[in-house]
Design a protein around this ligand. Structure first.
Ligand code: GLA
Length: 377
C-alpha cells in the first residue's frame, strides 16, 4: 500500500490535519534478486531493500463520537486514494475477517489488532499515509505499509516491536487481516536489510547473511506498467498448489525435498511444474549467493534470467509485458533480468554494470516506451 510522492517533501499529516504529527515513521521497499515464490515453501531467498519509502504520521485523537470507549476512531488519510474518512472499529475484536473491507484501512485495523494482542493499549488516532512505493508492482508495498504502521503505532502507543517479531507481525497483518497468505521475505528484508547489501535468508530457520553489492554493478527496477492485486490473482492458489504437492509427496513442505530427486511423475500437472520451479529456484539462490560473494556478476545475471524462465514456464506467474521487458533489458545490455516479487504484472529487476547505467536506461526508454525505471541500488 502506498501513494504517489509528496512533491513538496513536507509532512502530509500537517497538510491534511493542519497540525504537526506526534509520530512519524517510514519503511523502505524491497527488490528480490533471486528466490521467487520460495519463501512460503520454507526455501531460500536473496533480496535487497530499495530506497522507495512509505511514511506514516500519527497523533492521538479525541474520541468525539463515542464517550463509552467501546470504539476506536481512526481518522485516516492516504495519498493513494486521496480520501480522508473516520473509521470506527470496536475497541476489541476476536474476528479479524469480520472487518475486512478490501482497501488500505484493512492494514491499519490489522496493525491495531496485532498490537492489541501483543499487549498495547490502543485508543483513537489520526493517521496520514504517503510514500512513493508503487502499489501492486512487486516491490513489497504492502509489507512496507505494514512495517511503517507497526513502527508508528508502536511508538504512539508505547509498544515497540523490533527485528523478527516486527517482521512476523507485519506478515500476520497481510495473512489474517488482508487475506494474502504471503511469506516472510518482504517484511524481514525491510526490518533487517540495509541499502547497498543483499540479504540471503533461509526462510526455514530465518538465518540471514548480508552480502555487499559491488558498486560497479547495480540493480535496476523497471515497471512494465501492468498492475495486479495479490489477493485477486493467483498468489494464494500457487501456495495451495505447493501445499497439495507437498502432501502428495509425503512431506510437510517442499524444502524437505532439497537434496532429493523426487519423482515428479507422481504429481499431476501443474503440480509437477510448480515443484520443479521451487526446487530449481532454491538451488539457484544458493549459487547466486556464492556468485555474489565471489564477485561473479556474470553468473549472477545468468541465474536471474534462468529464474525468470522458470517463473514463466513452470510457475506460470509471468505475463507477456513482463516477458517482453526482460528481453528488452537483456538486449539493452543487462547481465540478467527477472520479474520482481510475485509477478502477474509490475516490475522487472535487471543487473547491469553501473558505468552503463545512462546508456542502458536510454536504450530501454527507446525500446519500451511504457517502461518506467525506478531508482534502486
Ligand atoms: C510476494 C510475497 C512474498 C513472496 C513473493 C514471491 O512479494 O509477499 O512473501 O512470496 O511474493 O517470491
Amino acid at each position: 500500500m502506498n501513494a504517489p510522492d509528496d512533491p513538496s517533501g513536507s509532512s502530509c499529516y500537517r497538510q491534511v490535519f493542519a497540525e504537526a504529527p506526534a509520530v512519524s515513521t517510514t519503511a523502505l521497499s524491497r527488490v528480490d534478486i533471486l528466490g521467487g515464490h520460495t519463501d512460503y515453501n520454507q526455501g531460500f531467498v536473496l533480496a535487497a531493500p530499495m530506497p522507495l519509502t512509505t511514511s506514516v504520521e500519527l497523533s492521538f485523537k479525541e474520541n468525539l463520537g463515542d464517550a463509552t470507549g467501546n470504539h476506536i476512531e481512526i481518522e485516516g488519510y492516504s495519498t493513494l486514494t486521496g480520501d480522508k474518512a473516520v473509521h470506527r472499529i470496536p475497541a476489541r475484536s476476536d474476528s479479524a475477517s469480520r472487518h475486512r473491507r478490501g482497501d488500505w484501512i484493512d492494514y491499519v485495523v490489522g496493525a491495531v489488532r496485532e498490537l492489541q494482542s501483543a499487549g498495547a493499549d490502543v485508543s483513537s488516532f489520526r493517521l496520514a499515509a504517503s510514500g512513493n512505493v508503487p502499489t501492486g508492482a512487486g516491490l513489497a508495498s504492502s509489507a512496507s505499509f505494514s512495517v511503517a504502521l507497526l513502527r508508528g503505532l508502536g511508538k504512539l502507543f508505547e509498544h515497540s516491536l523490533e527485528g523478527e517479531s516486527l517482521a512476523k507481525t507485519a506478515q500476520r497483518i497481510e495473512r489474517i487481516h488482508v487475506g494474502v497468505n504471503c511469506g516472510i521475505m518482504d517484511p524481514l528484508i525491510l526490518v533487517d536489510g540495509t541499502v547497498g547489501n543483499a540479504l540471503f535468508i533461509d526462510t526455514l530457520t530465518l538465518a540471514r547473511e548480508a552480502i555487499a553489492i559491488d558498486p560497479d554493478y547495480r540493480l535496476e527496477v523497471i515497471d512494465c506498467g501492468e498492475r495486479r492485486r495479490l489477493a485477486d490473482v493467483g498468489y494464494n492458489l500457487r501456495r495451495d498448489e505447493c501445499q497439495r504437492a507437498a502432501q502428495t509427496l509425503g512431506v510437510n513442505s517442499l524444502r524437505e525435498l532439497d537434496g532429493d530427486e523426487p519423482d515428479l511423475k507422481d504429481l499431476p500437472p501443474p503440480l509437477d511444474r510448480r515443484v520443479r520451479h521451487v526446487l530449481s529456484e532454491n538451488l539457484r539462490v544458493i549459487e547466486a549467493r556464492n556468485a555474489l560473494k565471489s564477485g561473479n556478476y556474470a553468473a549472477l545475471g545468468r541465474l536471474m534470467h534462468a529464474s525468470h524462465l522458470s517463473l514463466r514456464d513452470d510457475y506460470e506467474v509471468s505475463v507477456p509485458a513482463l516477458d517482453r521487458l526482460v528481453e528488452d533489458c537483456l538486449t539493452a545490455g543487462a547481465l540478467g533480468a527477472r520479474l520482481a516479487g510475485a509477478g502477474f504484472g509490475g516490475c522487472v529487476v535487471a543487473l547491469i554494470e553501473s558505468a552503463q547505467r545512462d546508456i542502458w536506461r536510454r536504450r530501454i526508454a527507446t525500446m519500451n516506451t511504457r517502461a518506467c525505471v525506478f531508482d534502486s541500488c
